[in-house]
Design a protein around this ligand. Structure first.
Ligand SMILES: [Fe+2]
Length: 162
């Protein structure tokens, strides 16, 4: 039986229930929300798919087993997104789900050659939040012009270190 599509707040609550770590930790909900804000801000300029960005923000780190080396966590996040999509908890076109899956799976491997502006924006939204772990984002590892913009870098960095 299909479940009802949930709103974003309810989705975050469902993911907190499934999150193996402390949801207030460095890869937890505060990070998810900053990634969301970073991505949506860039999407206003570059036309990236905001629905995919919002879902990437909450799924990409949602299945980490630890806060350190965990190279398969992106694939596990994508698998959980697939489960939710199949169950009708989240609503996406097939092509949108493919982008979400690629963005989640490959964000862990430091890719700088994304196959679409939406995936590029997802990865940059995540990397712009590196200040929380003491890293200043390096434009060399960012994919979009929007993320390399000084004002964007500064805005995201200042939020990441709060
Ligand atoms: Fe992340």
């Amino acid at each position: 039986m299909k479940k009802n599509i949930v709103n974003y707040g309810a989705l975050v609550r469902l993911l907190i229930q499934r999150y193996p770590l402390n949801h207030r930790g460095i890869h937890g909900v505060p990070h998810w929300m900053r990634v969301r804000a970073n991505g949506l801000s860039m999407a206003e300029i570059n036309g990236a798919n905001s629905k995919v960005i919002e879902l990437f923000a909450v799924f990409h780190d949602s299945q980490r087993f630890n806060d350190a080396h965990d190279p398969e966590h992106g694939a596990r996040g994508a698998a959980l997104a697939f489960e939710f999509w199949q169950e009708g908890i989240i609503s996406l076109e097939k092509s949108e789900f493919a982008k979400l899956e690629e963005a989640c799976c490959d964000h862990t491997h430091g890719g700088t050659e994304p196959s679409s502006i939406t995936i590029a924006t997802c990865w940059d939204a995540d990397r712009l939040d590196l200040g929380r772990v003491g890293i200043i984002p390096n434009p060399r590892y960012l994919c979009t012009d929007e993320a390399c913009d000084y004002e964007m870098l500064d805005w995201a960095y200042n939020r990441s270190i709060r």
